[in-house]
Design a protein. Structure first.
Length: 470
């Protein structure tokens, strides 16, 4: 995974790019440059490789406005660097501190959300890829932090070499990390050999931040006392975990349609699964409702499932309750705070929208009919019969729906009653509409007259995803 001294750094990075299929000829690539050593080295390396790969480069800088004159000096440094190398420059700034206060998140989270929001806009308006300068060191820090905080294989997977941007109009638009197989010290040595300067971010030494404590204290001690190659070892853990997680995601996608139906887990299906898959199915089912479960919560749900006495229940985070009857486990939201008001959001095709009331993302993705084997056909719509803009909202009195395999349309109220969906959960139950027509309802197959017809090239998949996903 990591290069040796025999190779030049540029050739090692090129090998990593090609092995992970990060860039291809013709790509318009924006390089995210903060002014630090890692991102400046990424710029110089891609300048060295651009003819061999066949890419068009530009520079991106987002000013977080957190360090006063220091932030302004960083922006000027990046501006001068782009100008000297005759590259287009994309500049943006934002009030990260104000955003963090408004959203009740950390400065680090606020900065990342604003920065990646800007990246999404650039991908919408002409760029094909955005390259960020994450290194082996960043990967090791991330994995260690995740493990200490209680992550499973999903968290241990750390930073991915390539990150699809769901909000873009084209599914191939991605953020790529070409330096994820390279150490930070190698990049600094590369810049010194070139005589290329960079700027140090004073906040990277602030030990109030947990990542800085890991970077400057914990990892160096682990290197000295336990494993000199601990950073590479943690990065390898991430690579193994990513492969494992991909396998488990496929297994969950295969099993979930049989195990999870309209807010309930089927006990007979769940009981037949091995424990590892059972845990993941419980977590995935909860996430479809916007409910994030930790390991202990999953174990509580499984204990409730294994109790032979119907009527048993348990409490979960966010005011949710899990209860067992003779055949299924139901998840219900005991809190009614989300159910007081109607909601409605625009959903572009393709595109996605976050729905605060359900705590989930709704994504409308166009998929080729020839390669949509990973999707349940009951969830695919004929894209030619729908427009470029749909609406996500809670169901309303009088709404009717005709799911496939049923004899006639029914009021959604009746459909939910048949499935014993009650209380606040029923009030916020989501539907997708085109005009006055309901084209999708959570937990039900799509209408027969909207299913994909033979000869149609693209199908429309409407998916509800947990709020924690990018």
């Amino acid at each position: 995974m990591y290069h040796t001294g025999v190779q030049t750094l540029a050739q090692s990075v090129l090998h990593y790019i090609r092995r992970n299929r990060l860039l291809k000829a013709g790509d318009r690539v924006g390089i995210a440059v903060s002014a630090g050593a890692d991102s400046v080295a990424l710029l110089r390396l891609l300048l060295e490789l651009r003819k061999e790969i066949g890419i068009v480069l530009s520079v991106i800088h987002f000013n977080h406005k957190l360090r006063g004159a220091e932030s302004e000096a960083d922006e000027q440094f990046v501006t001068d660097l782009a100008r000297r190398n005759k590259l287009d420059l994309h500049l943006e700034s934002g009030d990260v501190e104000g955003y963090a206060t408004q959203k009740h998140v950390s400065l680090e989270t606020a900065g990342r959300e604003m920065r990646y929001g800007y990246f999404s806009k650039l991908l919408e308006t002409g760029l094909d890829r955005i390259a960020t300068a994450h290194t082996v060191d960043d990967q090791a820090e991330t994995v260690l932090l995740k493990i200490v905080r209680g992550a499973g294989t999903r968290g241990s997977a750390g930073i991915y070499p390539q990150l699809p941007v769901h909000g873009s109009q084209f599914s191939e638009k991605t953020i790529v990390r070409p330096l994820l197989g390279t150490r930070r010290r190698e990049l600094e040595a590369y810049l010194r050999d070139l005589g290329q300067g960079w700027r140090e971010d004073s906040s990277n030494r602030d030990l109030r931040h947990s990542r800085n404590r890991v970077r400057h204290g914990i990892l160096p001690r682990l290197e000295r006392h336990l494993n000199p190659a601990v950073r590479e070892t943690l990065a390898e853990v991430a690579e193994i975990a990513r492969a494992d997680e991909q396998y488990w995601q496929q297994e969950v996608a295969r099993v979930l349609p049989q195990a999870w139906n309209a807010g309930a887990l089927q006990l007979t299906v769940l009981a037949e699964l091995p424990l590892a898959l059972r845990r993941r199915v419980v977590r995935a089912a909860a996430e479809s409702l916007g409910l994030q479960l930790e390991f202990g919560h999953v174990e509580d749900v499984l204990q409730c499932a294994g109790n032979a006495e119907p009527g048993k229940s348990g409490t979960l985070p966010g005011g949710w309750v899990v209860s067992r009857n003779a055949t299924e486990l139901r998840f219900d939201c005991a809190s009614s705070s989300k159910a007081n008001l109607d909601y409605e959001y625009c959903l572009r095709v393709p595109g996605r929208i976050k729905v605060a009331e359900t705590g989930t993302w709704f994504e409308a993705a166009l998929v080729s009919v020839r390669v949509c084997g990973g999707y349940n056909p009951d969830h695919l719509l004929d894209s030619t019969l729908l427009g470029k803009e749909l609406r996500v909202r809670n169901w309303r009195a009088g709404d009717r729906y005709w799911p496939a395999y049923t004899k006639s349309p029914k009021k959604i109220k009746e459909l939910l009653q048949e499935l014993h969906i009650t209380g606040s959960e029923r009030k916020i139950w989501p539907v997708v509409v085109q005009g006055a027509d309901v084209v999708w309802v959570r937990g039900f197959p799509v209408p027969a007259h909207l299913r994909v017809r033979e000869g149609v090239g693209d199908a429309l998949a409407i998916q509800e995803r947990p709020s924690g996903e990018l």
